[in-house]
Design a protein around this ligand. Structure first.
Ligand SMILES: [Zn+2]
Length: 396
């Protein structure tokens, strides 16, 4: 399918080529040497687009087509097309060539500057993009919003969280209420990033401040609750940590696997096995998942026996079959089996383990990216909160 920018560029280039030809023929029936050279380099430049790769033809094209209000959009479209093709150096040359023309209107210079910033972002030169976008925020009313949106992405990729928060506030005003539904969770994630840094530095006071801000932006932020629970635990308040963790299944059951480790630790340190069992049982009833099922089977094994845990798993697997559940079920049975039966079960367990190992635990609902680690920001499509644990027989 023809790319829109490509299509636009070709149309514009052909139109300008025709106008050049028409203008020349009206003034002078015969081409002058200069005009012939212009037409030749123009054709070579056009050939560049049609034949894909010729090292110097892009320069010829830039030379051939003077920058003027009439050709400005064509230059801009060429640069954008090159960027889309991944030819960042070439795109930068085209947009820099535009910026070097003082004869352009202020508005056109801003447009060229914005596209150059986009080239730098695509090429990974974030500091250069940051400078250009900051200038545009100050100087261009027309491009202020879109420049700020790009600046937020640049700060995000530079992990400059405080700057990102400031840029979002500039976009929407400083009051939390004025943040749109799209931006509030993003802003909460930026605050959570700051909270994580503060927790790592053992600055718990700042961490609490950042988490309060995160929940101020997005009351249902699962990540803020997970960090808040961790903070309470680090401060020795296991009971408070449990209370916070128990909010998460109500906010989003998809994140139940993420709460279990800390939940088990807190109940364990409090010596409240009965409270843990009661909570896990209610969780399994309300939001059935393999992680909770396996945690409960381990509790039964600890307190009763492998056989009792295996019987529990068998009953649950009949209701909700799953590979991970089957793996745990076989583990329990291997412990009770003897001789040939034990060998056969071990072989089956190896096969199930191989099947599980090849299945990702997490998948992005937006782009399909998968892996075995929870990412709040999808590394592939850069969406927040779109990576979740896989459901069904192969997952949770
Ligand atoms: Zn994604």
């Amino acid at each position: 399918m023809l790319d829109f920018a490509y299509f636009f560029f070709l149309l514009a280039a052909i139109a300008i080529g025709w106008m050049l030809g028409r203008g020349s023929s009206k003034k002078k029936p015969d081409f002058s040497e200069q005009e012939e050279s212009l037409a030749r380099s123009y054709a070579q430049g056009l050939n560049y687009l049609l034949s894909e790769h010729h090292d110097d033809s892009i320069d010829k094209f830039i030379d051939s087509l003077e920058v003027s209000p009439a050709t400005f959009d064509t230059h801009l479209a060429l640069g954008n097309l090159l960027r889309r093709r991944g030819e960042y150096d070439q795109a930068i040359r085209v947009h820099q060539n535009l910026l070097a023309r003082p004869s352009l209107s202020r508005q056109s210079q801003h447009k060229a500057q914005f596209e150059l910033a986009c080239d730098y972002i695509a090429a990974g030169w974030l500091d250069r993009a940051e400078r250009l976008l900051q200038e545009l925020v100050e100087t261009s009313q027309e491009l202020r919003t879109t420049s700020l949106e790009h600046l937020v992405e640049v700060y995000r990729d530079e992990r400059e969280w405080a700057k990102a928060i400031h840029a979002v506030n500039l976009l929407h005003g400083r009051r939390f209420k004025r943040l749109s539904a799209d931006w509030a969770p993003v802003q909460a994630h930026f605050c959570c990033e700051l909270a994580e840094e503060a927790i790592a530095a053992k600055d718990y006071l700042s961490a609490r401040k950042h988490l309060d801000a995160a929940l101020g932006y997005d009351r249902s932020s699962v990540r803020a609750c997970l960090l808040w629970a961790r903070l309470e635990y680090l401060l020795g308040k296991q009971r408070d940590a449990i209370k916070v963790l128990q909010r998460i299944p109500k906010q989003s059951p998809d994140y139940i696997p993420e709460i279990l480790e800390l939940l088990l630790t807190c109940y364990g340190e409090l010596g409240d096995g009965r409270g843990l069992d009661r909570y896990l049982e209610s969780l399994l009833k309300e939001h059935p998942s393999n992680s909770v099922l396996i945690a409960l089977a381990e509790r039964i094994q600890e307190q009763d026996s492998e056989a009792a845990a295996a019987a529990f798993m068998g009953k649950q697997l009949a209701l909700r079959p799953s590979l991970r559940g089957l793996g745990r079920f076989l583990d329990l049975y291997i412990g009770t089996a003897q001789g040939r039966a034990r060998e056969n079960l071990s072989l089956l367990k190896t096969l199930v383990d191989q099947l599980i190992a090849n299945r990702p635990h997490y998948r992005c609902s937006n782009c399909g990216f998968s892996g075995n680690q929870l990412h709040w920001l999808c590394p592939s499509c850069k969406h927040w909160d779109s990576v979740r644990s896989v459901k069904g027989i192969e997952g949770e």
